[in-house]
Design a protein around this ligand. Structure first.
Ligand code: DMJ
Length: 449
């Protein structure tokens, strides 16, 4: 009897200790609710904007970035449908893309946006679905984008004409210069053509060479002269994903030089750009030459940083910063584009349906198994539904303080916002950070192919 009691107690404590592990492997009921909301937004797109880049969710009109469609929403949404198991929708989107998408168009495009959304989306579609036509489209696009690197130092221009290869705008920023390697590198891997990897990698290195004496970079740079046009250094828009890609190029391709550059940047980023207020960790902005603080604004885009820190193994900083992300969200029940962390007030009041704080919650949940990140996700999801849902889809907020809506639904809402929410609530292994590297638009690139 005694031994029966002992084994009962032992089994009980064993199960108790396994609880967090089992919980973090299990599927939350929220996963299906996210799927339902994905379908709501997708059906709105289908009904009112089929074949166009995006849906304007208030006026229920289509929107094309360049006056002709490049099928942004279907390409951005495809891999999310695959991982959610939405087979019929994925088949429909695939047919639309393969029947109608062509890059032989008389338009000039922004290389960064087209790379992260379309090149990234087509490459992940190919890796997940296996249909070679996705890769053919990706290769055609890659070739048309290559002229951006035609400068004496290999630092890319911002715009390129898809038919003529004419390039424009030599004043570029670190994010647009340095967020190309995951896609171009994967294209090299899949086609066996090293040119894509080499050119995108060179841009990262050339940018690194132009950091200041204290190791920081600014916001805008003339790629021809190498002169910085805006010396403000931060982790937000126009810089953000450059850091992300240095780290991810190491994770995906094993590129040690990229890892070293990432580590070299992180030291001054934490030394100068990091700030604290009321005991909370934030990242503001400083002058790249002197390290002198020139701003205390954080925001929706900066909220990506805990995900990168977690991927790089700096879990303590990642957890601390995610607490700040969450408190920024909770001031208005939804986060603003710009937030002064000293006054805890919005300074740019829009919300563009951005994914970054959800992405960070997902990475932290993956690496720690702590259910608290799922609870954060539940708040994010509930508030998104409460404030942004419309009859035809989901809409931006013009003002997070009044919750007044604006007429936009970016394709990254399908690619990222809903994907990271779904992954946060789905059972582990649906698509894991141990097998894929997500590009900055959340398109998964397989580590082994
Ligand atoms: C996306 O296009 C990408 O995540 C990019 O890195 C930043 N902006 C949007 C999402 O906010």
């Amino acid at each position: 009897m005694k031994s029966f009691f002992r084994s009962f107690v032992l089994t009980f404590f064993l199960l108790l200790s396994l609880c967090p592990v089992l919980l973090s492997q299990s599927r939350s009921p929220y996963a299906d609710s996210v799927k339902t909301e994905f379908l709501h937004a997708w059906n709105g797109y289908k009904h009112y904007a089929w074949g166009h880049d995006a849906l304007k969710p208030l006026t229920k009109q289509p929107r094309d970035w360049y006056g002709t469609s490049l099928y942004m929403s279907p390409v951005d949404a495809f891999d999310t449908m695959v991982l959610m198991g939405l087979k019929a929708e994925a088949a429909e989107a695939k047919e639309l893309i393969l029947d109608s998408l062509s890059f032989n168009k008389n338009i000039e495009v922004q290389a960064f946006e087209i790379t992260i959304r379309l090149l990234g989306g087509l490459l992940s579609a190919y890796q997940l679905d296996g249909d070679k036509r996705f890769l053919t489209l990706a290769e055609d696009l890659g070739k048309r984008l290559l002229p951006i690197f035609n400068t004496s130092n290999g630092l890319p221009y911002r715009y390129v004409h898809l038919q003529t290869g004419q390039i424009r705008d030599s004043v570029n920023n670190p994010a647009e210069i340095g967020t190309l390697l995951i896609e171009f590198g994967t294209l090299s891997k899949l086609t066996g053509e090293p040119v894509y990897y080499d050119k995108a990698k060179r841009a990262l290195v050339e940018l690194f060479k132009r950091r200041s004496k204290i190791g920081l970079i600014g916001t805008w740079l003339n790629v021809e002269t190498g002169v910085w046009k805006n010396p403000s250094s931060h982790i937000g828009g126009a810089i953000d994903s450059y850091y992300e890609y240095l780290l991810k190029a190491w994770v995906l391709f094993g590129d040690e030089e990229c890892k070293k550059m990432y580590e070299d940047y992180m030291q001054p980023v934490h030394q100068y750009i990091a700030d604290t207020s009321e005991g909370m960790l934030w990242y503001g902005s400083v002058n790249m030459e002197t390290g002198k603080r020139n701003g205390t604004v954080y925001g929706s885009l900066e909220a990506f940083f805990p995900a990168v820190l977690a991927l790089g193994g700096d879990l303590e900083r990642a957890k601390r910063l995610q607490e700040s992300n969450y408190s920024m969200w909770n001031v208005y029940g939804i986060e603003p584009e710009g937030f002064d962390y000293k006054t805890m007030k919005a300074v740019n009041k829009e919300y563009y349906l951005r994914p970054e704080t959800i992405e960070s919650a997902y990475y932290l949940w993956h690496y720690t198994g702590d259910e608290k990140y799922r609870r954060m996700g539940e708040t994010y999801f509930r508030n998104l539904k409460a404030y942004c849902k419309t009859e035809a889809g989901y809409a931006y907020l013009k003002d997070v303080t009044t919750k007044e809506k604006a007429d936009g639904m970016e394709s990254f809402f399908f690619a990222e916002t809903l994907k990271y929410l779904y992954l946060l609530f789905a059972e582990k292994g649906v698509m894991s950070l141990d097998e894929v590297v997500f590009n900055t638009e959340a398109h998964p690139m397989k580590m082994k192919h």
